[in-house]
Design a protein around this ligand. Structure first.
Ligand code: AP5
Ligand code: MG
Length: 390
């Protein structure tokens, strides 16, 4: 997800620039000011509660704002991302936004703050007041709104400066000039962000093959816990010795070994564009663990793909592989193959469900040539996760 907060004093041009950002990045627009004005117009309970404060240029209560934002987010469960205009406006709201985005397994990508001197703001708002019909575009109320901004809203900037995602943008110039500056800041934030993918599917569904191709295409670091563990066993390391008996039975290796190995890989490759995980998470517990590990370094899972093939096709592919030099020790016995398929059905499907509930899961047909399957994944990826939109 790409989530942007557009920040700045009244009249800075937040509303004006919003539509172009929304269009370019395919975002869901949430303007608390617009929604409140709409509620007042329709005479809803919420609107009536907020009316007096707004017309005097004060801030509506945080409770009201939370209700508005929650409702809007709920109505858009498949949003590509959100553009927040006029929110968060208090430190309390900044914390609330953190919590809401965390619940959706995402976070704020950047805060864009339009900077415009007070004299220019007054000029713009007086001008707008002639035709806007906004009850708060009068001299006295404008003064009040600017005062509220200085006292309660401006401190929010520091919150995001401390998080390292604050971008001060010069708001003076033509609409095109200002948009170009905003857009450049968004692009820069996208570059700084990791893309993290997970591949699910039966043993033999082609996860390794696809993961390698995807890693190359998107410049991601490929983390296969199975592959790393096999290497550890071969090198006879401490973890290798401990993991060996589990691997040979086709059973899941204890979580602490996998965590150590993944953390090491993420640290070694922190400069990459992100990671593609294969063979981890395999259980719901591991799904929580991965969320925790990524959160610790300020990142999240971007997308999850399941390569769908039937159980019989999986068995056939594994038996075929056992006759080639690509064979794995655990491909050799039908009992092991069956126990791996069962493991997947019993435990990994729950991990998959974990991401489905977060709306991160994409199911892709795993039959066909490697290129056909890759195209199915990349089509979905490029269309849903607009990384570098034109
Ligand atoms: P809200 O609607 O958010 O108002 P605001 O923050 O005061 O901002 P404005 O909408 O007035 O300005 P803008 O930055 O969008 O500028 P615009 O693009 O229109 O909030 C209204 C009220 O609701 C608040 O006071 C509060 O009571 C309540 N509220 C809202 N959210 C809340 C929250 N989270 N918590 C609590 N209360 C909340 O541009 C202004 C003018 O300048 C336009 O005429 C435009 O054409 C012109 N202009 C734009 N760009 C340029 C440019 N580059 N050069 C020249 N002119 C330009
Ligand atoms: Mg506005």
């Amino acid at each position: 997800m790409l989530n942007i907060a557009l920040f700045g004093p009244p009249g800075a041009g937040k509303g004006t620039q919003s539509s172009r950002l929304v269009e370019k990045y395919n975002l869901t627009y949430i303007s608390t000011g617009d929604i409140l004005r709409e509620e007042i117009k329709e005479g809803t309970v919420l609107g009536m509660k907020a009316k007096d404060v707004i017309e005097k240029g004060g801030l509506a209560s945080d409770e009201i704002i939370v209700q508005i934002i929650e409702a809007k987010i709920k109505r858009n469960p498949y949003a590509n991302g959100f553009l927040f205009d006029g929110f968060p406006r208090t430190i309390v709201q900044a914390y609330i936004l953190e919590g809401m985005l965390f619940k959706m397994n995402t976070r704020l990508t950047c805060m864009l703050s339009l900077e415009v001197p007070k004299k220019e703001l007054m000029k713009r708002l007086h001008e707008r007041g002639k035709s806007s019909g906004r009850a708060d575009d009068t001299e006295e109320v404008i003064q009040n709104r600017l005062k509220e901004y200085d006292e309660k809203t401006y401190p929010v900037a520091k919150f995001y400066k401390d998080k390292g995602i604050y971008n001060g943008i010069n708001g003076i110039g033509t609409l095109d000039d200002v948009f170009k500056r905003l857009d450049a800041a968004v692009q820069k934030s996208l570059e700084d962000r990791w893309v993290n993918l997970i591949l699910f599917g039966y043993p033999g569904s082609g996860k390794g093959t696809q993961a390698r191709m995807l890693a190359e295409r998107y410049n991601l670091h490929y983390i296969s816990t199975g592959k790393i563990l096999r290497q550890e066993i071969k090198d006879n390391t401490d973890i290798g010795k401990l993991a060996k008996p589990y691997m040979e039975k086709g059973a899941i290796v204890p979580d602490e070994y996998a965590i150590k190995l993944i953390e090491r890989k993420m640290e070694e490759n922190h400069k990459s564009n992100g990671f593609i995980f294969k063979g981890f998470p395999r259980t719901m517990v591991q799904a929580y663990i991965l969320d925790g590990m990524l959160h610790k370094v300020g990142s999240t899972i971007t997308s999850v793909f399941e390569l769908k093939i039937s159980a019989t096709e999986a068995v056939k592919r594994l038996v075929d592989r056992s006759k080639t030099d690509q064979k794995r020790p655990y491909d050799m016995q039908i009992e092991t193959i069956i126990s791996r398929l069962e493991e997947y059905e019993q435990r990994t499907l729950m991990a998959k469900d974990f991401y489905d509930k977060k709306h991160l899961l994409h199911v892709v047909d795993g039959q066909g040539t490697e290129e056909e399957v890759l195209k199915r994944i990349t089509d979905r990826f490029d269309n849903t996760i607009l990384r570098n939109p034109r």
